[in-house]
Write a protein that binds this ligand. Sequence first.
Ligand SMILES: [Cu+2]
Length: 127
Amino acid sequence: MMLTVNLLGLGLIALIVWWFWLYKPKLVKAKNVQDKETSNEGEITVVVEDGVYQPAHISINENNSVRINFIRKDASPCAATVVFPDLDISAELPLNKPLVVPLPAMNKGLYAFHCQMKMYSGSLLVE
Ligand SMILES: [Cu+2]
């Protein structure tokens, strides 16, 4: 009995360590439009579902504009608005219909995006 409790405790500690120190969200790079190296426009599709943007962390080259193709599959009103506060851009996402949000070329940095209540949240890494 004591052993079971200890094992449970260890499992819990491992889970906490993993969640806070080891878990790193995957960074997905926006693809160049038409796959041309010379293109300075990127594009990526983001699915809005189950409380997360997929992918939630996107990297873009510096001085590239990017078109984010949002597909919202979550019917809750919470998921409907996406806001890019640093860029002063927001969009209303229709349900189950793709909507492209064009973003201008940005300087290096980390730009957040989220729904109005920040339950959905993501970031753009410009590098
Ligand atoms: Cu929300």
